[in-house]
Design a protein around this ligand. Structure first.
Ligand SMILES: Nc1ncnc2c1ncn2[C@@H]1O[C@H](COP(=O)(O)OP(=O)(O)OP(=O)(O)O)[C@@H](O)[C@H]1O
Length: 315
């Protein structure tokens, strides 16, 4: 065991002038599942694209094993499997034929290729659909096949870019379980997501990204500690609640230091939840804002992001 990925001052400025990744440094240990968590536009895809050799960095460097992505890009790439956001499959070919095509690109042939295809299909749970054409697959099945393609050459590092966006809950569950199992096979995973629940469930460590920067990095417990002595109150509003009016009312409640409202859920950070709760409930009810549930929670990553930025991950 040792360090597999070293990212050093990696920076990308697009020709448009956008500084998408700004002087980012971190390491990933062999066998670790490391998540990059951040809202849309934080720079996650840009960072992954540099690591996988699709985009050239503006400055800085990264090392996969001993290989620099700038100076030994081919050697670095051989250690990486990439599962991009965009599905890259031939719809008229079967699952097995698609994998044979991808395996060919990695110079796999014959019995080795056949064995790797079966193994990859097994890992993502698609063996019984191996001979079906991809055009008949659901979005989730296509995504799983894409993951299988990234596994064929047995990479040491798997890069997964928001692999559960826009797919059904069953496939999502399956993908999360698959990623968890990768560790048992000694695979190192870099996983990007804007879903805090996924980062919490999968990761050994999490880097929170915002506006091209890593604003916090650590285990879930270490990140929770950043919220300090604050407690997190989660209030679920009824569907009929007016969100604009709720925002105005929240801003008037003195005990709330920070609050976000998304999809009828309020997350509020307060110094003492038990003391603050009655006043918050009274205030909302006086302004006719209907509540369906209130819970006091341990700070989650949403609360950490709120504490650090004053915004919601999903804003
Ligand atoms: N090809 C490009 N040219 C110019 N700007 C770009 C390009 N690709 C991305 N950007 C900008 O760079 C920033 C980071 O985008 P990026 O896609 O890396 O973020 P992200 O965290 O992956 O978000 P998403 O979840 O939406 O993919 C955004 O401001 C985006 O608009």
């Amino acid at each position: 065991m040792g360090t597999l990925v070293r990212v050093e001052h990696l920076t990308k400025r697009y020709a448009s002038g956008t500084l998408a990744v700004d002087n980012v440094s971190f390491t990933i240990e062999e066998g670790e599942t490391f998540s990059l968590l951040g809202p849309n536009g934080a720079g996650k895809t840009t960072l992954l694209s540099m690591l996988s050799g699709i985009l050239a960095p503006t400055s800085g460097d990264a090392f996969i094993g001993e290989y620099s992505i700038r100076h030994a890009p081919l050697a670095a790439k051989r250690l990486i499997g990439v599962v991009p956001q965009e599905i890259a499959l031939y719809p008229t070919l079967t699952a097995r034929q698609n994998l044979a095509f991808w395996g060919g690109l990695y110079d796999l042939q014959g019995t080795t290729l056949r064995a790797r295809i079966e193994e990859a299909l097994e890992i993502v749970g698609l063996r019984e659909h191996a001979n079906e054409r991809v055009e008949t697959f659901s979005g989730g099945m296509k995504r799983r096949l894409n993951i299988a393609a990234g596994l064929l050459h047995q990479p040491r590092l798997l890069l997964l870019d928001e692999p559960t966006v826009g797919i059904d809950p069953q496939s999502r569950r399956r993908i999360l379980d698959t990623v968890k199992r990768f560790n048992e096979h000694g695979m190192t995973v870099l996983y990007t997501t804007h879903y805090m629940e996924e980062a919490e469930e999968l990761s050994h460590r999490i880097a929170i990204m915002d506006h091209g920067h890593i604003i916090a990095l650590g285990t879930l417990d270490e990140l929770r500690q950043l919220v300090g002595e604050h407690e997190s109150i989660r209030i679920t509003l009824r569907e009929t609640a007016d969100e604009e009016a709720t925002r105005r009312v929240l801003a008037e409640i003195p005990s709330i230091e920070n609050a976000t409202l998304t999809d009828h859920h309020i997350t509020a950070l307060v110094p003492n939840a038990a003391a603050a709760l009655p006043a918050i409930a009274t205030h909302l009810s006086q302004h006719h804002i209907p509540i369906s549930a209130i819970e006091i929670e341990r700070p989650d990553l949403e609360a950490v992001f709120l504490h650090l930025t004053g915004r919601s991950l999903r804003d």
